[in-house]
Write a protein that binds this ligand. Structure first.
Ligand SMILES: [Zn+2]
Length: 281
């Protein structure tokens, strides 16, 4: 059933669990995620990252997310991930998402507040909840940020987080505490104390970006200390690709794409299940 992201997260927060938010830029990824959630009886956030528009456009994906969300036997909400323009966020709201992320984390503090506050007012008027990001979760691929560097300029400052939430009215906050987007090149060192301090200060559900590749122990510590939404994509995506590779090795004379697609979907489902069973700890 299609549900509200805020309700899912407030509920998860109460039970010291996290909801997996899965980027699904293909039908295979959507089906794998829904099947995993249904088999484990776990709630799901299906999210479209604006940066995935070149793979599948938001306008194509959201109606499909809604279709699967409504049919699912478990609670599913639909979210825009890393919305970076006003126009995209408004389009997502008009298309019926239950939450958006507006990401101005690369901008200066005051600009981030001003723009996030403006979009949050509009989203709330439409009954849509808002995630924003403070501090900056980088990626190994695109820069030298993140990945366990203890850099005060990148990590979320608890005092600033409090001020940010007070002034913008956002419903959940993505924080930077050592995770990074994409594949980890070195083992992440997470600042769990920071999560705990921010959580105690601001009270609203916190979001982990770059949720692939974190150890089971670190996931659990993060969740117990205030992370309620975990964005997950890279490793499930690779599981699908590895599935195709494995299928071709096993069936070198059968290049039928439909069979490969089903095989890869099963592999993605296995990976998503592994993640969900930790998040729903
Ligand atoms: Zn992210």
């Amino acid at each position: 059933m299609l549900v509200n992201t805020k309700e899912l997260l407030v509920n998860a927060q109460k039970n010291k669990k996290a909801v997996g938010a899965f980027n699904c830029p293909s039908l295979e990824a959507i089906r794998a995620t829904i099947k995993a959630g249904e088999s484990l009886n776990c709630p799901i956030i299906l999210q479209h990252a604006q940066s995935h528009d070149p793979i599948m456009e938001m306008e194509e994906m959201l109606p499909i997310y809604m279709y699967y969300a409504k049919r699912a036997s478990v609670p599913v909400s639909v979210h825009l991930d890393h919305g970076s323009t006003f126009e995209k966020c408004i389009m997502a709201i008009r298309m019926g998402v239950s939450s958006i992320m507006y990401d101005a984390s690369a901008k200066d503090f005051e600009t981030n507040i001003e723009e996030t506050k403006y979009i949050t007012e509009i989203a709330h008027a439409a009954g849509v909840s808002v995630e924003a990001e403070l501090g900056h979760v980088g990626s190994f691929a695109s820069s030298d940020e993140g990945g366990g560097k203890d850099d005060e300029g990148i990590y979320t400052n608890p005092e600033s987080a409090y001020e940010f939430v007070q002034r913008t009215g956002v419903d959940f906050l993505a924080i930077s505490f050592g995770t990074t987007h994409g594949v980890y090149l070195t083992e992440p060192k997470l600042d769990i104390e920071r999560v705990k301090t921010i959580k105690e200060k601001i009270g609203i559900p916190l979001v982990m970006h770059g949720g692939s590749g974190v150890s089971e122990e670190d996931y659990i510590k993060s969740i117990k200390n205030g992370i309620s939404k975990i964005n997950y994509y890279t490793y499930m995506n690779c599981a699908g690709g590895e599935g195709i590779h494995e299928y071709i090795k096993k069936n070198p004379n059968n290049m039928a794409f439909d069979k490969m697609s089903l095989y890869a979907t099963d592999k993605m489902e296995e990976d998503v299940k592994r993640a969900m069973s930790i998040f729903d700890c």
